[in-house]
Design a protein around this ligand. Structure first.
Ligand SMILES: Nc1ncnc2c1ncn2[C@@H]1O[C@H](COP(=O)(O)OP(=O)(O)OP(=O)(O)O)[C@@H](O)[C@H]1O
Ligand SMILES: [Mg+2]
Length: 655
């Protein structure tokens, strides 16, 4: 029997698992028959953990114990803007962990983000195992193309903690293109326009005879359907404030109810022109009276609310098209991915921008997992190979004198790639150099994401400028960065998987695996006391066939999502709230809160990013830099710098 490897789309809002076997791709439904599972983790008082839509329904009851949108936080620094925004709007507690990392605090337990991700992955693994009737150990996991190294590494760690061997970290748009084009013998240039819960990605690809070449990719890791919901939440809260004089934002329960209603209304507007929002008992005033919200919302009103968010995606598209050297009309197809693409206003705006109809034969919720599954199958069974030629989304940089960051590998360079640059010392008898690696597009070091840093001292000491150190930067097919430093004279080298400043160390990962808190996840199959058996509920056609034949029409898909949500409403506690479509039928409502705003690069205080300190100067062996007036310092006490110390912001002090 061929080895099984699954594809997992680990989404901000929803995750999806698929398998490609014997020429067919199947999306594996969970015990409720849903093809996607909410990426929400609920920590129950009794210590058990649930994942999925049941967990999501828990948000309005236990907002502090229900972790949603964790993908927005994975691989981030505690001090980053994204984390600050999340702290402001999420009800659960985000605290600082070691090395400026983050932890989620639930009661007195702390969880790292890879561990929370692992809980979701564990549920997806268990869905696959129940459906396939056999253990599953290997997986391809997708990430937004725009994820940086820290985020990719943390996602890979999540897979390991979940007991998966992560065969590949694959970019979501590349996966979508694979599902769209694999085995069809296409020769097309396409755009994958992916608006998810929390991120927007655009990739331009060239597909030719099962070679999938990414020409460019761009994105915004802080723009998604959640931001649409925030717009409506703001509107409802502002209207309520002016009418009733009460601030719903100050009450976590009211806020979660608003979020549920906002998402429900959005979904309703993907199939109707008008929805009725009703939130009875949204809040109880100090005098004990209860207040409600009732309001009609039309598509046109909604379009005004979210239009600038949609327009923001097109700025990113301009950039991607320009980088790929194509114009919109050169494209043979535009493929829509992600839940919000079910909204007519989104579809029509995209159509207008690209001046063409979007492909109607792709399921925006499942296509990424399907592509991941196809790729997973090809990695365990090379006979099914397709060639993926991906690019790095962000420039790789190294810190140099004056707080600057010098580009080493440009963004949109095909990966894997290796680049070696020669560096030298800046003072006589220098004992050690400090190498700091960044990702981003700014010349200013502090405006980029710091991936990590390491000190190299294995070189023969010499006069300033005479020592020659080769520093090799490698980006592998997962988009993960490795850096090696080697003394040209003695051949000694030090190599590092860029040790994340915010990420988990190998020891910590092993500890988490040993502690096995992910075992507390009551997988849905266990909860239902059943093994699902090997027959998938829905089979998606072989990649060698035309997907058009069996894919659902987008509108049907929306209706289907709606009925699933209705079930959620009936069965799972949200009975006090309704979203009604204009014809009086109830529309789904479930919540995924999140905050807004743009992808913001990490900014740190100046002191953290002085390239070199205490007399250790590293300069590029390029004339300009050698000539540059490197500050001359007298002595340095210790060979080999303590990284924490040279960072000027000692993590030990902080933790
Ligand atoms: N029918 C619908 N109409 C409009 N929006 C929808 C619909 N169904 C889901 N959404 C929205 O889609 C978003 C989730 O999209 P999706 O599941 O594609 O994201 P994700 O894959 O989890 O996120 P990401 O790709 O950013 O990690 C949520 O904001 C959700 O409210
Ligand atoms: Mg997605």
């Amino acid at each position: 029997m061929a080895e099984i490897a699954i594809g997992i789309d680990l989404g901000t809002s929803n995750s999806c698992v698929a398998v490609a076997e014997d020429g067919t791709v199947e999306v594996l439904p969970n015990t409720y028959g849903e093809h996607t599972t909410a990426s929400v983790v609920a920590f129950r008082e009794d210590g058990s953990i649930t994942v999925g839509n049941a967990a999501k329904a828990n948000i309005i009851h236990e907002p502090m114990r229900t972790i949603h949108s964790s993908k927005r936080l994975i691989g981030r620094y505690f001090f980053s803007e994204e984390v600050k925004k999340s702290q402001a709007v999420y009800s659960y507690e985000i605290v600082e962990g070691e090395n400026h990392g983050l932890r989620i605090k639930v009661s007195d337990e702390l969880f790292s983000l890879p561990e929370v991700g692992a809980m979701i992955l564990r549920e997806m693994k268990s869905i696959a195992e129940s459906r396939l009737g056999q253990p599953v150990e290997k997986a391809v996991i997708t990430v937004p193309a725009y994820f940086n190294d820290n985020q990719r590494q943390a996602t890979k760690d999540a897979g390991r903690i979940a007991g998966l061997e992560v065969l590949r970290i694959l970019n979501e748009p590349t996966a979508a293109a694979l599902a769209y084009g694999f085995g069809k013998g296409l020769n097309q240039r396409v755009a994958i326009w992916d608006l998810g819960g929390g991120t927007f990605d655009i990739s331009i690809l060239e597909i030719g005879d099962d070679v999938f070449e990414v020409l460019s990719t761009a994105g915004d890791t802080f723009l998604g359907g959640d931001d649409f919901d925030d717009r409506l939440i703001d509107l409802l809260a502002d209207e309520f404030m002016s009418k009733e004089g009460l601030n719903l934002r100050n009450d976590p329960y009211a806020l979660e109810k608003l979020k549920v209603a906002a998402e429900g209304a959005k979904k309703g507007l993907s199939v109707e022109n008008e929805v009725e929002i009703r939130i009875p008992d949204v809040i109880t005033g100090e005098d004990g009276t209860t207040h409600s919200i009732e309001r009609t919302l039309t598509s046109d009103e909604y379009a005004v609310l979210v239009n600038d968010l949609i327009q923001r995606t097109f700025k990113v598209c301009d950039e991607a098209l320009q980088q790929a050297g194509v114009v919109a009309r050169d494209l043979d197809g535009v493929i829509l991915v992600g839940g919000p693409t079910r909204l007519p206003i989104v579809r029509s705006s995209v159509r207008e921008y690209f001046q063409q109809d979007t492909k109607a034969d792709v399921d925006p919720d499942q296509v990424v997992a399907m592509g991941a599954a196809i790729h997973a199958a090809s990695l365990v069974n090379p006979a099914q190979e397709a060639y993926l030629l991906d690019v790095t989304p962000l420039s790789l940089r190294i810190g140099v004198l004056g707080g600057l960051a010098e580009g080493v590998i440009e963004r949109n360079t095909p990966v894997p790639i290796e680049q070696t640059r020669v560096f030298t010392t800046a003072v006589d008898q220098q004992e050690s150099v400090e190498i700091r690696v960044y990702q981003g597009e700014s010349q200013e070091a502090s405006e980029n994401e710091l991936l990590g840093q390491f000190a190299f001292s294995e070189f023969d000491k010499g006069r300033r400028g005479e020592v020659e150190i080769d520093v090799t930067f490698e980006i592998n097919t997962d988009g993960i960065v490795n850096v090696t430093a080697r003394d040209r004279a003695n051949g000694k080298q030090a190599s590092t998987r860029i040790a994340l400043s915010s990420g988990l160390s190998e020891g910590q990962i092993q500890h988490i695996i040993k502690e096995a808190r992910t075992d507390r996840v009551e997988t849905s199959a266990e909860q239902q006391g059943q093994v699902l058996g090997a027959i998938p509920l829905q089979s998606i056609p072989a990649p060698t066939q035309d997907l058009v034949e069996v894919e659902r029409e987008p509108n049907e898909g929306a209706e289907q999502a709606e009925s699933v949500e209705l079930e959620t409403l009936d069965d799972r506690d949200t009975d006090e709230m309704e979203i009604l479509a204009s014809d009086g039928s109830q529309v789904g409502a479930d919540a995924d809160a999140s905050d807004l705003d743009k992808n913001t690069q990490y900014v740190e205080t100046q002191s953290d990013f002085q390239l070199l300190s205490d007399g250790e100067e590293l300069a590029l062996a390029e004339e300009s830099l050698l000539e540059s007036d490197a500050p001359q310092t007298e002595t340095f006490e210790q060979p080999g710098v303590d990284l924490a110390e040279t960072a000027g912001d000692d993590p030990e002090e902080q933790s």
